[in-house]
Design a protein around this ligand. Sequence first.
Ligand code: ATP
Length: 287
Amino acid sequence: MDSIHIRAYAKINLGLDVLSRRADGYHEVRMIMQTVRLFDKLTVRRIRTNSISIKTNLNYLPTDENNLIYRAANLFFQSAGLKPQVHITLQKHIPVAAGMAGGSSDAAAVLTALNELFCTGMDLAALQEIGLHIGADVPYCLLQGTALSEGIGEILTPLPPAPQCYCLIVKPPASVPTKYVYENLCLDEITHPDIDAQLGAIRTGSLKELCGALGNVLESVTLKKHPEISAIKAQMLSLGALGALMSGSGPTVFGLFEDRTAAEQAYYRFKIGEYGRQTYLTRFQQR
Ligand code: ATP
């Protein structure tokens, strides 16, 4: 086998709480993660020369060590004690710098593909250990599905699949640096979301209860800079979403619908509006 085609799925956060700031600058989090059926496509090909080369359809993305997939490949070859011999093509569909872990998911997909391509037989835990050096969301992106993420993102508890629904995703044009949002988060002033209520709703399979408990503390920073996020949430709710929330550090907003017709009507409404270029209607993806 010379090459592998693989999908890298985006995630949303059904719940995102920050518990504390650690001395090393990292944050202790408690998050409910959910994979959605919106994905980048990667082809990972073995080559005969010693290099890691990357080609992507988005000309503004780095193709050197600043791309997370370069770092993933580099760390993989170092850990496996192999010569770096790979060419990766990345077809990007997940919105960039959007709070959907696009780069982390690409990195996770590359680790998975290289493990298979080079028959290195690393288990999930070994790949996650490498992944954590690339980014806090990479271990989750290797696991996928519905999961509780704690610590800095490395303590993962797989959960039963969240109740299925229609997930409307709208990404306004602003790009929000994750670092800025965490640095400006006032831990004393935030209202913590009820992550335990979300866990209960997932275990009982209640979409209504899950939507009632959606919450993301990072909204307290990003919404001040980007009021359009609040407007998108309000519009989704007025169009029949049971709940709407910003994902990650933003600015992507998602709305969850039980009813397919309402979801499709809301999708078309946003599709013809100012955010139409990055409006998607999708479903939850399970492990
Ligand atoms: P998170 O939800 O984990 O905070 P994000 O969705 O906000 O992530 P990404 O799309 O992963 O953000 O990318 C953020 C930055 O990382 C971009 O500005 C981009 O230049 C850089 N980057 C590096 N590698 C990639 C990649 N493979 N795909 C997208 N962006 C990448």
